[in-house]
Structure formats: structure tokens, C-alpha cells
Ligand binder design. Sequence first.
Ligand code: ZN
Length: 156
Amino acid sequence: MEIKHFPDPLLRKKSEDVKSIGRSEKKLLTDMAEIMYLNGGVGLAAVQVGIHKNMIVVDIGDGLKKMINPVISKREGRVAQEEGCLSVPEKCVNVKRSKKIVVDYLNEDGQAIRVSAEGLLARVVQHEIDHLFGKLILDYLSPLKKICNSLTTRKL
Ligand SMILES: [Zn+2]
């Protein structure tokens, strides 16, 4: 399993909902977390390893969250911040996102979880859900906005 990099067309394909959570889904989440940690990331979507399932892992430093079929059900405010991406190496883009969100998902035991998130957690979840729709930070570029070159920006 390896991280797919832009412009790999696999990153542009939309992911699908997970219908049942079995051993292979749990193994995938564990492997995804391992790859995220190995690469110093704070989030990873399954599509980034070429698997088109709606699954993400997030750890902003307060513990690993495994989210299956995550959906944002509420948004509040707007805030811009520079973001890096494990699939777009050594680049970063200033991205405007919702400041606070509510995200609904299933954990690996199939339980429905609802989390209110703000700050970095809200940003990472929105970034990873973008991946599930085939969207990358590069899509937020405009003629007025320059790509930045950064090795220190958090990788999502
Ligand atoms: Zn990313």
C-alpha cells in the first residue's frame, strides 16, 4: 500500500459508501493509520491509497479517529489557513473552510457517532471528505492565490 500522488487519476475518482464493516474494512483503517503516522500526516482518506471507499482516519494529536461514511451535517463560520496534503508533496495552499462543523459517521463497530469539531479537527475532516469526492487542495487555487512551498505545513 502506498500513497498516491497528484496527478494520479485515482485521486480524482469519487469514493463510495461502505455497506458493511468486516475484517477487511477494519484492516484497511489500521493500515491507513499506519501510513498516515509513517508519513507524518494528521489525516488520510482511503482514496489516497487507491481504495475508493468512504473511509478516513484522523489524528490531530489527541488520539486516532476512524470515520466510515463521514457526512458533514452542519457548518458554521469561515476561516482560511494553509494546508498541505500527503498526495500533493511539498506544496501548500491557503484554503477557506467552515470554522465549525458537525460530522456524522460510523465507527469501526458500526456505531453512529456525531462529533462537533472546530479548529484543526474541523479542517482535517473537511479536507479528507474533499478527497472522498475527488477534490484536492489544488482545486482551491485561483489566479490571485499562489501555491506555497512548505515542508512545515501539516499534511492532510
Ligand atoms: Zn490530502
